[in-house]
Design a protein. Structure first.
Length: 74
């Protein structure tokens, strides 16, 4: 599995849009992009898409994406 370091903000974006599969999660985030008007959040969401895109479904299933507290990083 590729080593992924997600920031607290990225984990929180993933938590909001997480679906049962990696493909569905990627689709949900991509569908939301046109409706994200805050430039910082848009940058975070785009970063999440890039990081998730290199994972396989089993890699994704093995990760936990509970909303994070500041200072946490996986």
């Amino acid at each position: 599995m590729p080593i992924m370091n997600f920031t607290v903000e990225e984990i929180n974006v993933i938590s909001i849009y997480k679906a049962d599969t990696l493909a569905a999660t990627l689709a949900r985030i991509a569908e939301a992009l046109p409706f994200i008007y805050d430039e910082d959040i848009l940058t975070i969401a785009e970063s999440v898409l890039r990081k998730l895109a290199v994972l396989t479904e089993p890699d994704f299933a093995a990760l936990s994406f509970a909303p994070a507290d500041e200072g946490d990083e996986i």
